[in-house]
Design a protein around this ligand. Structure first.
Ligand SMILES: [Zn+2]
Length: 126
C-alpha cells in the first residue's frame, strides 16, 4: 500500500497539469482507492467561473468513471501551507467516502492530517 508521503508527492506532481489561467493557483489531488490504485486530479478552470472544477472532484470523478467505488484517503496540494478542500468538494467527497482521510499538503511535502467528518460535520446525506 502506498504511504502518505508518496500519495502527497503524487498530488504535488499532478499540480503541474493544472489548468488555472485565471486564478494562477494550481491544485493537485491524489485519491487512494481501497484496492491501492491512485487517481490524480487538478483544478480545471473556465472563463465562466462557475464551470471550473476542483482537483479533488476531478480525481474522484476519474476514479468513479473507472468503476472505483471505495476510497480511503486523498492528498491535496497547493501553494497554501495546508490545502483545504472547498465546501463543494467536502460534500461530494463525503457522499462517496464518509470515512475518508485527508492529507492537506503543501509543495514542500508537509501535510496536516484530518478526516472528511471533521471537515464537514453533520454533512447532508440521503
Ligand atoms: Zn473544491
Amino acid at each position: 500500500m502506498i504511504d502518505d508521503q508518496t500519495l502527497l508527492t503524487k498530488a504535488i506532481e499532478a499540480r503541474e497539469n493544472a489548468y488555472c489561467p485565471y486564478s494562477k493557483f494550481p491544485v493537485g489531488a491524489a485519491l487512494l482507492c481501497v484496492d491501492g490504485t491512485v487517481y490524480t486530479g487538478v483544478n480545471v478552470e473556465n472563463a465562466v467561473n462557475g464551470l471550473s472544477l476542483c482537483a479533488e472532484r476531478v480525481a474522484l470523478f476519474k476514479a468513479i468513471s473507472a468503476g472505483k467505488r471505495e476510497f480511503t484517503k486523498i492528498a491535496v496540494a497547493c501553494n497554501a501551507e495546508h490545502c483545504q478542500p472547498c465546501g463543494a468538494c467536502r460534500q461530494v467527497l463525503y457522499e462517496h467516502a464518509p470515512d475518508l482521510e485527508i492529507l492537506m499538503g503543501n509543495p514542500e511535502g508537509r501535510f496536516k492530517r484530518t478526516t472528511i467528518r471533521d471537515l464537514l460535520p453533520e454533512a447532508f446525506s440521503l
